[in-house]
Design a protein. Sequence first.
Length: 302
Amino acid sequence: MKLKINFSTLFITLICLTAQNAIAQGLVDGFFNKKGEASLSLSYSNSKFDSFYVGKTKVDGVPAHNEISQNIFNFYANYGLTDKLTAIVSLPYISAEGDGDPDPINGTTEQSDIQDLNVMVKYAFYKDELSSGNMTYFGAFGGSIPLGYEPNGILSIGNGAPALDAKLGMHYYNNNGIFGTLAFGYTVRGDADNNLNLGDGSDFNAQNSISTLLKVGYNCKMFYIDAWFDSQSSSNKGVDIGGEGFFGNFPETRVNYARVGGDLFVPIVNNFGVSIGIGATVDGRNLGNATTYTGGIVYSIR
């Protein structure tokens, strides 16, 4: 059962990766490992898009690059420190390539590197047993550290800023396997390195953000399936691509989005299983209008 539950988190994490600012909002869901249980996951995601939100305006053709394709390889693991406390680690490798002119800021047509090391812990601080199932109230705290990639450009695989992330949520699980999760988060980001010495040479102030995750699904012995909605809104004043105050300072852009998607997991043999997922941007600001397809394998340790 844990095999199916933990793998669902992986797919939301990957689908939240975007062309300009790679953001993992989906590391946390409402399911918890028992003490000593763990899962290890490897997955691959692919997206290709030829439209882009310049500010809040959706335009055909990605600026400079026309079309961008991404390949994302992700390692994800979680471990039950106690029955109520789960530790989570995610480490993605991302390659992005444009089909057009070199980026006017950093002069590249492709970028690839390990992105951010993401670490979180989540804690179930109260569980209410109901006649129809149970309701778990949980919180999470963690952060991410960029690992040296180029943060300035449309092709950049992240914003290059360290971050602290806190979340609060609730998770309902019905006795018949139907579940629902609602979580809200706030992310505080630090400064991003201005390695190209743009503007006055000062480091960039990456934008803080508010996030929301809503997920509903069904879990049984034969399969796991869910549908989800994920959103982010920048919480402090930034700039828009091509707008006032923009001079190539991509880490300071306001990156908002709304995404929808779904995941399906099927156990195969022993502690192994496979899964597929899809996620699509339905609204955004300063990011690509991407649809992402994901597949992977997971191994459960009990």
